[in-house]
Design a protein. Structure first.
Ligand code: PYC
Length: 330
């Protein structure tokens, strides 16, 4: 068998959502910043993204991470989605931290805490790893500031009339109450949520692109359906992020949780420094806290805590004669 390409990765999942960290096989990238190197990758090597993330090696929900050097932080990384490049990705940051620990790259394995800074296209974030008995027990990332751009935007699609808040949390989200959209936050509700979410996203983005949503300058990446409940330990935001018509976030979504914090603080539903749990449809939680940001009115600094688990180490190859070298998605 003649091999035309080798790429090695370490895979993990964060609350169910996969992260594929590339550890070898990407050619050197040009550019002074991580954002510029991500752009160089997009211009010259995009087929590597689809090769790694699409079927038959991946699937619609797979997220990749390419590490690069950084002159501004301890590490640099950019995020590959199956459909688009992400400016920031919370679940993948948690997966990357656990992968770096697995590779022995972030401090002595017997230290109870390690921290590092990470340059991503959205900015510089700080990541803390807490260990118990030599194993990672929690990863916290201090995200880029999150803020609400537009509130109560009317959206009509799929026979529904709902309202959305447009919020930045490292990616752009349209936040919509699940009940108003008839979305059930459970595995059995996913197909319906993806169909409705994709239609609502298209309608919201049509309004943003036509300048009909004051304050919102860019189309939203995803729709986040939410419901708030309380138990003896405090507030829980149950949520489901619809990324595309065939792709949802299995995790509580790190950037989505960041957007949710900014929305709840702006609505007076949450105080700064008051932790909540954001919960995915599988019942796995992140802990999310809004901290103050100096000098940016209305913006908050999200602190998100979660955990990832390694699922495998791979060496993907492209064999001579493979009829689908770039993979495919249906
Ligand atoms: O966790 O921020 C996140 C995320 C974005 C897209 C998929 N996961």
């Amino acid at each position: 068998m003649t091999i035309r390409r080798w790429i090695s990765t370490i895979d993990s999942h964060t609350a169910g959502h996969p992260t594929r960290v590339v550890t070898g096989g990407v050619p050197p990238l040009k550019g002074d910043t991580v954002e510029a190197r991500a752009e160089d990758f997009r211009a010259r090597f995009d087929p590597l993204r689809t090769f790694l993330l699409h079927e038959p090696r991946g699937h619609a929900a797979m997220v990749g991470v390419v590490m690069t050097e950084s002159t501004r932080a301890d590490f640099g990384a950019f995020f590959l989605g199956s459909y688009k490049y992400l400016e920031m990705c919370g679940h993948a940051t948690i997966g990357l931290a656990v992968t770096l620990d697995h590779m022995g790259l972030i401090g002595p394995a017997d230290a109870p805490h390690s921290s590092f800074t990470l340059e991503v296209p959205a900015g510089i974030i700080t990541v803390h790893v807490r260990r118990e008995q030599g194993m990672v027990a929690a990863v916290t990332f201090e995200n880029v500031p999150a803020h609400v751009a537009a509130c109560n935007v009317p959206v009509s699609a799929a026979g529904l009339n709902v309202s959305a808040d447009v919020v930045w949390g490292g990616n752009w989200y349209g936040l919509i109450a699940a009940r108003a959209a008839g979305v059930e936050l459970a595995p059995s509700g996913v197909s319906h949520a993806m169909a409705v979410g994709a239609a609502l996203k298209a309608a919201l983005n049509a309004g943003i692109n036509e300048g009909r949503v004051p304050g919102a300058a860019r189309p939203v990446d995803s729709i986040l359906f939410y419901e708030t409940e309380a138990d003896e330990e405090g507030l829980v935001s149950r949520q489901l992020v619809v990324l595309e018509s065939n792709k949802f976030d299995r995790s509580p979504c790190g950037t989505g949780s960041s957007a949710r914090l900014a929305q709840m603080v702006a609505r007076g539903e949450l105080r700064l420094d008051q932790p909540i749990r954001t919960r995915n449809i599988l019942g796995v939680d992140f802990t999310a806290t809004a901290r103050a940001v100096d000098g940016r009115t209305g913006a908050i600094r999200p602190h998100i805590i979660g955990l990832a688990h390694i699922t495998g180490e791979h060496r993907f190859v492209l064999a001579h004669g493979d009829p689908l070298p770039d993979g495919f998605l249906c």
